[in-house]
Design a protein around this ligand. Sequence first.
Ligand SMILES: Nc1ncnc2c1ncn2[C@@H]1O[C@H](COP(=O)(O)OP(=O)(O)OP(=O)(O)O)[C@@H](O)[C@H]1O
Ligand SMILES: [Mg+2]
Length: 273
Amino acid sequence: MTKMERVTKKAKQESGGLGIDFEGEKAPGKKPTLTTGGQPAFFSCWDIHAYYGESYIVQGVNFDVREGEIVALLGRNGAGKTSTLRTIARTENPALRRGEIWLDHKPVHEMAAHEAAQSGIGLVPEDRRIIQGLTVEENLKLAQIAPPHGWSLERIYDLFPRLGERRTQEGTTLSGGEQQMLSIGRALARDIKLLLLDEPYEGLAPVIVKEIERTLEEIKGLGMTTIIVEQNAIAALHLADRAIILDMGQIVFDGVSQEVLDDADLRQQYLAI
Ligand SMILES: Nc1ncnc2c1ncn2[C@@H]1O[C@H](COP(=O)(O)OP(=O)(O)OP(=O)(O)O)[C@@H](O)[C@H]1O
Ligand SMILES: [Mg+2]
């Protein structure tokens, strides 16, 4: 059985009902956490605080993500969404000064960015970071330079046929939508456990957004645990099981996506939609 099949099977086994309990004991950190069936959450941020220099941006963020769950992380411009994703990926900035981050029992808060990546955090940044001078295929192969490997190139091309068609084209000459696909493909080429998407639909035509949405649905069907940040909150809410809303670096809502879709006042107050 492949890794993804195992993840899928496990996610399916665990997805019988929401089963969210509040339990005082959490395996490694002994912190209260949302759990599924008495198990520690697959991913959790515990009271994380992060700074750009002396600018205090991520101000005590706490949340759990179950294996196979998709969470939409929403909030207005400057709410701290990108900073939260960057903190989780352990990029140098913002610097995590307090709190814990756990992924599949591993202490991500103790890791540098490359270690977090090796442990399964896959950040697809807003600017997509396609490497200049390399073809589509070389960009993907570079992601697989060090084990553990994730999806094969063939599998990535099955998910994104456009990438297969353009495998010999220089990555930076792709359209915006294709670059987004390449950026997601590059994350999947590694053996990731948590996919972090920062504004995957940004700047893309509606027809391309639809295409990327379809692939994210497919990835979701395979049981990939995902956090998606998106200005297109409605699209993200339709994809996600749960929504977390940030405001000024703090969580102001954590609940099922449908609640946000149904609550016009909440959307107006924190999302301005
Ligand atoms: N490199 C940086 N140095 C200093 N402050 C920063 C830096 N990057 C972001 N900030 C500040 O951190 C706060 C949160 O920014 P962040 O980019 O995380 O917000 P966001 O929710 O992703 O917003 P957007 O929807 O505009 O992408 C903002 O006040 C921003 O000005
Ligand atoms: Mg942002």
